[in-house]
Unconditional design. Structure first.
Length: 293
C-alpha cells in the first residue's frame, strides 16, 4: 500500500511537471507562428524529437507498434484539429473548451461500466468552471468552438487509451513509436512547404529545439511514465493546471495582466485538485507495475 501511494504521488508530480513545461510553449511559440506555419512547426518539433528518441526503437514488437501507432494517431489528430480551430477562435476560448476533457474522461469511463466516484465529477466540474472564469469571454459559438469540443474528446481518448497500455511496454520505446509516427504524418501533412521555411527555422532554432526535445519528447515520455501510476480521470483533471501555468508564464514573460478573474479561476482549479484527492483512489496492481525504460 505504501509503495502504491508513493508511485501515485510520483506520477502526480510528473504530471504537474508536464503541465509546467507545456505551459511554457504558449509565450515561446506566440512569436514563431507569425512567421512559421503551424504545420511546419509541429513537423519540425516531432522530427527533432523522433530523431533523438530513435535509439529506443530497438527490440520493438507488434503489440508495442500497434499501441504506439494508435496513441500517435490520437495525438496527431489532437494537434491538427487544435491548429485548425485556433485559426478562428482565441487561444483563451480554446483552453476553456479543451479543459472539458476533465469531465469527458470520467464520463466515458462511467459509460463504459467503470465505477467513478462522485467526487471525481464534482472536482472536474469545479476545475472547468475555474478555467471558464479565467478565460471565457462570451461571443457567438462557431466552427472553431465545435472543433475544439471534438478535440477535447480526441485527447480524452488519448488519455484513456494510454491509461490502458502504459504499463504494458517500456515507456521510452512506446514514446519513440508515437514520436516517429507523428513525425511521418506531419511531413505528409506539411507536404513540401517545410523546404521553404529553413531560414525562419534557423532564426528560431534554439526555441524550436527546446520545443522538440523538452516540450514534445520529454512531455510525452513523462506522461506515458506517469500514467502507469495515475488514473485517467485524475490525469485529465491535472491537465487543467496547464492553462493556469500558461497564464502565469504569460504574466511573467509577456507582461500580460492576470486580473481578479484569473485569480478566482486559479483558486477554483486548485480547490478542484484538492477535492479530487482521497485515500481510496488507488488503481489495480497493473497500474503500479514499473516497466524498465
Amino acid at each position: 500500500m505504501q509503495i502504491e501511494n508513493t508511485l501515485r504521488l510520483k506520477g502526480i508530480m510528473l504530471l504537474i511537471l508536464v503541465n509546467v513545461i507545456s505551459a511554457t510553449t504558449f509565450p515561446l511559440t506566440k512569436d514563431i507562428v507569425s512567421s512559421l506555419p503551424p504545420s511546419a512547426l509541429i513537423t519540425t518539433r516531432f522530427v527533432i524529437a523522433a530523431a533523438v528518441f530513435a535509439v529506443n526503437l530497438r527490440n520493438i514488437n507488434a503489440l508495442l507498434l500497434r499501441d504506439g501507432t494508435v496513441l500517435g494517431l490520437f495525438l496527431f489528430f489532437f494537434l491538427a484539429i487544435e491548429t485548425i480551430a485556433l485559426k478562428t477562435i482565441p487561444a483563451n476560448r480554446a483552453a476553456f473548451i479543451g479543459s472539458l476533457n476533465a469531465l469527458i474522461v470520467p464520463l466515458l469511463a462511467w459509460l463504459s461500466g467503470q465505477r467513478v466516484p462522485l467526487r471525481t465529477f464534482l472536482a472536474a466540474g469545479v476545475a472547468v468552471i475555474g478555467i471558464g472564469v479565467m478565460f471565457w469571454e462570451g461571443g457567438e459559438l462557431g466552427i472553431g468552438d465545435l472543433l475544439m469540443f471534438v478535440d477535447a474528446f480526441v485527447y480524452a481518448g488519448y488519455i484513456i487509451f494510454l491509461d490502458r497500455v502504459a504499463s504494458r511496454h517500456p515507456t521510452l520505446t512506446l514514446t519513440s513509436v508515437q514520436l516517429l509516427f507523428i513525425a511521418v504524418l506531419g511531413l505528409l501533412w506539411n507536404n513540401t512547404q517545410i523546404l521553404n521555411q529553413f531560414e525562419v527555422i534557423h532564426q528560431h532554432w534554439g526555441v524550436i529545439v527546446y520545443l522538440g526535445l523538452l516540450a514534445t519528447a520529454a512531455v510525452i515520455w513523462l506522461q506515458t511514465l506517469a500514467q502507469q501510476w495515475v488514473s485517467a480521470d485524475e490525469t485529465a483533471l491535472l491537465y487543467t493546471l496547464e492553462p493556469l501555468f500558461a497564464t502565469i508564464f504569460s504574466f511573467w514573460l509577456l507582461g500580460e495582466h492576470l486580473g481578479i478573474r484569473g485569480l478566482i479561476g486559479a483558486i477554483l482549479v486548485l480547490v478542484a485538485l484538492l477535492l479530487s484527492q482521497s485515500p481510496q483512489k488507488l488503481e489495480p496492481e497493473a497500474k503500479v507495475e514499473v516497466q524498465s525504460s
